[in-house]
Design a protein around this ligand. Sequence first.
Ligand code: SAH
Ligand code: SF4
Length: 363
Amino acid sequence: MQNLTKNPTRLNLLDFTKEELEEIISPRFRVKQIFEWIYQKYADDFSQMSSLPRQMRENLSEKFHFSPLQCMKFEQSADKSIKYLFRLNDGLLIESVLLPMKPEILDEKGRVLKHTRYTICISSQVGCKSGCAFCLTAKGGFKRNLTAGEIVAQVLWIKKQNKLPYERRVNLVYMGMGEPLDNLKNVAKAVRILSDNSGLAISVKRQTISTSGLARQIKELGELDLGVLLAISLHAVNDKLRSELMPINKAYNIAAIMDAVRNFPINARKRVMFEYLLIDGVNDDLSQARELVRLLNGIKAKVNLILFNPHEKSPYKRPSLEKALSFQDFLSTKGISCTIRQSKGLDISAACGQLKERSINNS
Ligand code: SAH
Ligand code: SF4
């Protein structure tokens, strides 16, 4: 393992795009090899990079490290999703989740026909400034933005740990702790590093950025034209309720968000995802479903209904599945494609941020 005490001023190599490294490492052609060693061959240390000259490996390890986080614990739920708690080098904690979406398919001889389809849910900040009333991450306040390399490292570590070869396709969702668009610069850089063909090569079309609706930054993200997918956490159809649930709505109201979404560049075959958290007796009435249909009129949208995951710091309740199904039916009959998110990992720790909270309380 890399010795982190060796030189505390060493830079995190995962913070750099290939192009940036080519400016500081010579000869330039070695950078592609370094990327392949780290992101494709899952090297633990520079000393394993046998195609590089020995002196170069030594120089690199004087200047760089690529261990910005350590896994403190992980918990697997009955549905096989795994929640990871990571400690950053300054001691702060974040979490990520590996979610098996579609099971493995075997042929009659037991050979793998199709591998398990995974989605990795990653954090973009330690805590969050947005302060949503239902969210556990919000309760701990905001600590700091993650660097691009700390975002990238979550994916790298999880793929490596689970022995998923780099070329095995995964989907990424920026739906862990934090508001990705409040850390747009580093998130955009992480998208670029994660999609680099000499690295993990995760297509931008498989990366979804979820936001509480920072309209100005949605516009900025659109201007970057990265090609990523966009998910909007809407959760309410009128400004009064939305501002109660999500204080950020006072800065960017529903109309401002819809306007930003209408102008967002998306692939002709894709849609913007609207997440709608169903909270019992608060926003799960069919009159609200009707209003949602009206709001989405003219937008290439799909809706993902989420059943509220209860936690001890919130008075809100989870609605019944029947309620969710009738909400879904209503949207479907109006021609809106709508899924209900399976509540992965409910038995290990319900909402985002709960694993971290529990571990702090226990220590
Ligand atoms: N900050 C971004 C991304 C992280 S939150 C955002 O808000 O979109 C990811 C998703 O988890 C959001 O849709 C959020 O509303 C949802 N969420 C937060 N608390 C939840 C809870 N207790 N139960 C279910 N979903 C929750
Ligand atoms: Fe932040 Fe998203 Fe939680 Fe709201 S739901 S507090 S934006 S992490």
